[in-house]
Design a protein around this ligand. Structure first.
Ligand SMILES: *Cc1c(COP(=O)(O)O)cnc(C)c1O
Length: 388
C-alpha cells in the first residue's frame, strides 16, 4: 500500500505547466470585448517568436489534426498532386487526408522505425513536376523517428511545391529554421511541447503558401485560414475561440520565451540522449536507432514480453501513464516522451520505474544501471567536475 501519484508521461497530452493551468480559471471573458482583443495579438506575437518566423502563425480551435486538415484544404485544388513521405501512423494520416480531399497522392513509405530519405523525395519531385506540395512529419511520434527536415526543405524549395511539415511533436524538440530553410506550412499542437491541454492547433503560413492559397479551390469554411488571418490582423479570431486555452497558451509562451526556445529543444535532446543511454545500459533495443527523434524514444519490449504488460506495470505499480505502440506496433514497443514540461527528475523516476517493472516481470535487471546512465548524462551536461 503506497501512495501512487498519477503522472501523465505520454507524447501528447504532456505534463501541464502549473501556471498555465491556473490561468485557465480566468476564462470568464468574452471574445469580442477589449479584454480579449488586447490579449489575442500578444499571444499571436509570442507564438510567432517561439516559432521563429516572420510569416503568419494562425490558431485553430481543434486538435492537431484540424491543423493538418487546414494545411490541405487551404492550399490545394481537387486532383492536385501531393507527395507524402510516410514513416508511421501520422504519415498515414497525411495520406488519408489527401484521399478525403481527392488529391492525387504519391505516397513514399518507410518501414516503421525508418524515415524517408530526402533523395527519394527529390526523385518523386522529378517524376511529378506538377506536384503542388510535399508533406511529412518532422518527428513521427508513433515510431520515435525524425525526418531530415532541413535536407527535405532544401530540395522542395527549388520547386513550385509547398513544404508542409507536421511539426506537432517537432516544435520544441528539434531546430526548425522556418524562414531560412523554406518551411511553408508548419503545424503545431497545444498538448505537445506547449505544455497545455489539447484543443488548439497552430499553423505557420509562408508567402509562397499564400500564393497557392489564392488559387486553391478545395472547399473550406471553419478552417478558412484567409478568414482567420483577416480576423487575426484585427486582434480577433474568426470564430468563438477556446478562451481558457488561449489564456493557458499566453502563460506557456511566456515561460518558453523566458527559458528560450533553444533551451527547450536542448532539454528534450538531452533527455532523449539520456533515455537512449539508459536503454543501452539495460540491454534494451531502440525502435528507431538510425534517426531517433528527441520528442519521444520508442523502445522495443524484451523478447517474449508484450509491451502492454510494461505499460500496465507503470500504471498499476506507480500510477504513471506511458504510451504503448500504435497500430501494428502495439505490444511491441513502449514510448517515453521528452517534449515540453519534462525534466531530469521525471526521467530518473521513469527509468527507475522501468527497471522495477521489468524486474517484476522476471527480466534480468541490475537495479540502478539505467538510472546511473541517466545521471551520467546529467552530470556531463549540467555539473562541473569536482576540483581534483
Ligand atoms: C499528436 C500528433 C498529431 C495530432 O493528433 P491530434 O490527436 O489530432 O492532436 C499529429 N501528428 C503528430 C506527429 C502527432 O504527434
Amino acid at each position: 500500500m503506497h501512495i501512487r501519484k498519477q503522472r501523465l508521461l505520454t507524447p501528447g497530452p504532456t505534463p501541464l505547466l502549473p501556471r498555465a493551468l491556473h490561468a485557465m480559471m480566468a476564462s470568464d471573458i468574452h471574445h469580442r470585448t477589449p479584454d480579449f482583443i488586447k490579449l489575442y495579438p500578444l499571444v499571436l506575437a509570442d507564438l510567432k517568436e517561439v516559432y521563429g518566423t516572420k510569416g503568419d502563425v494562425l490558431i485553430t480551435v481543434s486538435s492537431g489534426t484540424g491543423g493538418l486538415e487546414a494545411s490541405i484544404s487551404n492550399f490545394f485544388s481537387e486532383g492536385d498532386t501531393i507527395i507524402i513521405a510516410s514513416a508511421g501512423k501520422f504519415g498515414e494520416r497525411w495520406a488519408e487526408l489527401a484521399k478525403a480531399y481527392r488529391l492525387n497522392a504519391v505516397v513514399l513509405t518507410a518501414e516503421y522505425g525508418d524515415v524517408v530519405a530526402p533523395e527519394r523525395i527529390e526523385q518523386a519531385l522529378r517524376e511529378n513536376p506538377s506536384a503542388q506540395g510535399v508533406a511529412f512529419q518532422a518527428s513521427e511520434t508513433s515510431t520515435g523517428a525524425a525526418h531530415d527536415v532541413r535536407a527535405i526543405a532544401e530540395i522542395v524549395k527549388k520547386t513550385g511545391a509547398l513544404c508542409i511539415v507536421d511539426a506537432i511533436t517537432g516544435l520544441g524538440t528539434m531546430t526548425l529554421d522556418i524562414d531560412n530553410w523554406g518551411l511553408d506550412i508548419v503545424v503545431g499542437g497545444s498538448q505537445k511541447a506547449f505544455m497545455i491541454p489539447p484543443g488548439l492547433a497552430f499553423i505557420s503560413v509562408s508567402e509562397k503558401a499564400w500564393t497557392h492559397n489564392a488559387t486553391a479551390k478545395l472547399p473550406r469554411l471553419y478552417f478558412d485560414l484567409k478568414k482567420e488571418k483577416k480576423m487575426a490582423d484585427k486582434g480577433e479570431s474568426a470564430w468563438t475561440p477556446n478562451v481558457s486555452l488561449i489564456l493557458a497558451l499566453a502563460e506557456s509562451l511566456k515561460y518558453i520565451r523566458s527559458l528560450g526556445m533553444d533551451k527547450l529543444i536542448e532539454n528534450a535532446e538531452l533527455l532523449a540522449k539520456a533515455t537512449r543511454s539508459a536503454a543501452a545500459a539495460l540491454g534494451l533495443e531502440l525502435f528507431a536507432p538510425n534517426s531517433p527523434s528527441s520528442s519521444v524514444t520508442a523502445i522495443r519490449s524484451p523478447k517474449g514480453m508484450d509491451s502492454s504488460e510494461i505499460v500496465k506495470g507503470f500504471r498499476s505499480q506507480f500510477g504513471s501513464i506511458i504510451a504503448n505502440g500504435q497500430g501494428s506496433m502495439k505490444g511491441q514497443i513502449f514510448r517515453i516522451a521528452h517534449l515540453g514540461y519534462f525534466d531530469f527528475a521525471d526521467l530518473f523516476a521513469v527509468i527507475a520505474e522501468l527497471e522495477l517493472v521489468l524486474y517484476s516481470k522476471g527480466f534480468p535487471v541490475e537495479l540502478g544501471t539505467g538510472v546511473a546512465a541517466v545521471q551520467k548524462v546529467y552530470a556531463e551536461a549540467a555539473l562541473k567536475p569536482p576540483a581534483a
